[in-house]
Design a protein around this ligand. Structure first.
Ligand SMILES: [Ca+2]
Ligand SMILES: [Ca+2]
Ligand SMILES: [Ca+2]
Length: 360
């Protein structure tokens, strides 16, 4: 009789509730509240010296923490002091001083284990250790050379190429496109945290597709992790709006008639440049060439053609007063497209010019 009563008590107990035993099989679903975080350093942090602090939090739900573990690069897990037998029903802060870490990139991995043997999801953080050395970087520009010409329609990008060297690690090679070397610079992505103990090539591609012609400058310098700068190097290039071949009616370049300067050159002897422009309203228009300030002036001769590209409406060699550029002031009686041809006066010479058409 006593035995039956005992069975009855057990039956009521098992029917009344469900009991789950955590077997410590590293299944976080048994303790989903077991969470470890890294609050510092942030991902991709840079340290100039080897000793640095890693901090984070650990939360364990209702199960005590056995330990938080830290692993650096290919090393083994090390228990974090002060995290053993820790009650962490709410997030608890932990600290770990890293030292003796190798120079370069290092992956930090942390995990927490609770007293039931459950393991948290691992968290990682990439850090870099290095210094800029004791001397400033040296930087050179190898391409393009000064005074290189680029026709914008054929060259939507210009590559600035150079070499950099330093006794330590670089912050970046910085580059800038602009008339002045003073202003905002951009760091070249793949020069960040490199250690160019022997001279290393770098390249930056400038998008010039929306730029207009004229004299342009590119600048570059390097900065190391010790914040030491190289000298700033600069190179001057010439952007041309024209698109050769444009040597005849039918393959001419379209130029504005709103007063915007258009940059061109005779790049070879006997080069002739043809241009089409629109006259939206009748009346007088000025057509003018001038010095493009690109190094080699051209003694231009300009011919204005009617809509058919054959009938000459007007022409001019020299503006006068010793100025060998050309100037026309023509009264257009009908709207539409008209043509200009520009060449050296004897069609035999190399030089640069800018041309403009506008209604005064
Ligand atoms: Ca240095
Ligand atoms: Ca030309
Ligand atoms: Ca031409």
């Amino acid at each position: 009789m006593k035995r039956f009563m005992l069975l009855g008590v057990f039956a009521v107990f098992f029917i009344g509730c469900t009991i789950t035993f955590d077997t410590g099989d590293n299944n976080t679903s048994k303790n989903p509240d077991l969470v470890v975080t890294i609050t510092s350093p942030t991902n991709y942090s840079v340290f100039l010296t080897n000793g640095f602090l890693i901090t984070g939090t650990v939360t364990g739900g209702e199960v005590k923490i056995a330990s938080v573990f830290v692993k650096i690069a290919g090393g083994s897990y090390t228990a974090v002091v002060g995290t053993s037998n820790l009650t962490a029903s709410t997030a608890q802060v932990w600290n770990y001083v890293a030292s003796g870490v190798a120079t370069g990139w290092n992956l930090i991995t942390v995990k927490a284990v609770d007293m039931m043997g459950n393991t948290s999801v691992e968290k990682t953080c990439n850090i870099y250790i290095g210094s800029g050395g004791t001397t400033r970087p040296t930087l050179s520009i190898t391409s393009p050379t000064n005074s290189t010409y680029y026709e914008i329609p054929d060259n939507p990008t210009v590559s600035l190429i150079g070499m950099v060297q330093d006794d330590g690690a670089l912050d970046y090679v910085y580059v800038r496109w602009g008339a002045s070397a003073v202003g905002a610079y951009t760091g070249i992505n793949n020069t960040h945290l490199i250690s160019p103990s022997v001279a290393k090539a770098w390249t930056n591609v400038f998008d010039i597709s929306l730029y207009s012609g004229g004299v342009k400058m590119m600048h570059a310098y390097a900065k190391d992790l010790s914040a030491m700068h190289s000298l700033t190097n600069s190179v001057m290039v010439y952007l041309l709006d024209e698109d050769e071949p444009n040597n005849a009616y039918g393959i001419e370049d379209l130029i504005p008639s709103d007063g915007t300067w258009f940059y061109a050159r005779t790049g070879a002897a006997a080069d002739v440049d043809w241009f089409r422009f629109n006259v939206p309203t009748t009346g007088f228009y000025i057509m003018l060439t001038t010095n493009a300030s690109m190094g080699t002036e051209l003694d231009t001769c300009m011919v204005l053609y009617d809509k058919n590209g054959t009938t000459i409406l007007d022409q001019n060699d020299d503006l006068g007063g010793g100025v060998t550029y050309s100037w026309l002031n023509h009264n257009f009686l009908t709207t539409g497209d008209y043509y200009l041809s520009i060449a050296r006066y004897d069609t035999n010479g190399i030089g640069d010019y800018a041309v403009v058409v506008y209604k005064p």
